[in-house]
Design a protein around this ligand. Structure first.
Ligand SMILES: O=C(O)CCC(=O)C(=O)O
Ligand SMILES: [Fe+2]
Length: 231
């Protein structure tokens, strides 16, 4: 059976260990960032329909799923107002059906609010961001009744979920293996493995999603994606 969950192969990363060991300091910072950017959370709606190579236009999600950037690329930069990477933000215009004007307006604001509100988090992630192991992060909110349909993501992403607000009735399935989010229980999976999610509970579920480069993990560390044996 192919490997599904990867946290045992991420323990050597300082950022991963810090997320696990210091979640009680990180969660309040994430929540204050979410609160400061509530307007974007409410206004930016990701396209429900995506283009599938085989199936054509398919519905990715149903219900209320919101995602906002968590601009960890601010780490290690000399923070001056408006100094953020527009290139990264540009991809959001497509994803969120928003305009470049809008992104230019909110980009510096979210960037600055990350710097102001998440200093400990930034410190805990810094080493692996500077090594370009940790590429990007987003915050994802699922409301009760929401479904994310089966899909495959980026081939070069080891996706790490950091639970912030949990509900026992919300679950993620990766290739048929289901798990629920629990505070302090940080986990990883290959974004390119087929996965889906459902929220049958009664209050919002919030996670931070971190993407590590698999190429870079394999180059700089002894991380391996596949098991060295054949099934
Ligand atoms: O559970 C979520 O918020 C997102 C799940 C997902 O599709 C992902 O992390 O790629
Ligand atoms: Fe996904």
């Amino acid at each position: 059976m192919r490997k599904i969950w990867y946290e045992d192969r991420l323990e050597h990363l300082s950022s991963f260990r810090n997320l696990k060991n210091h979640y009680n300091e990180i969660i309040p910072e994430v929540l204050s960032y979410v609160e400061a950017n509530r307007v974007i959370f409410d206004e930016w709606i990701m396209d429900q329909w995506v283009e599938d190579r085989n199936l054509g236009r398919v519905r990715l999600w149903e219900g209320d799923w919101r995602v906002i950037p968590f601009p960890i690329n601010a780490v290690g930069c000399t923070a001056i107002d408006g100094d953020y990477q527009l290139s990264e933000m540009v991809s959001f215009t497509k994803l969120f059906n928003t305009t470049l004007e809008e992104v230019k307006k909110v980009g510096p604001k979210i960037y600055q609010s990350f710097i102001d509100l998440c200093p400990k988090t930034a410190g805990y992630l810094e080493e692996d961001i500077l090594k370009k192991l940790l590429k990007s992060a987003t915050i994802s909110r699922l409301k009760p009744g929401t479904k994310i349909n089966p899909h495959k993501g980026d081939i070069d992403s080891m996706r790490v979920h950091f639970p912030v607000v949990t509900d026992p009735e919300a679950w993620l399935s990766v290739r048929g293996r289901k798990r629920s989010w629990e505070v302090g229980n940080v986990f990883g999976f290959h974004d390119n493995d087929k996965h889906w999610a459902q929220h049958n509970g009664n209050h919002d579920r919030i996670v931070v999603i971190f993407d590590y480069s698999i190429d870079q993990l394999e180059t700089l560390t002894d991380f391996e994606l596949e098991d060295p044996y054949i099934e």
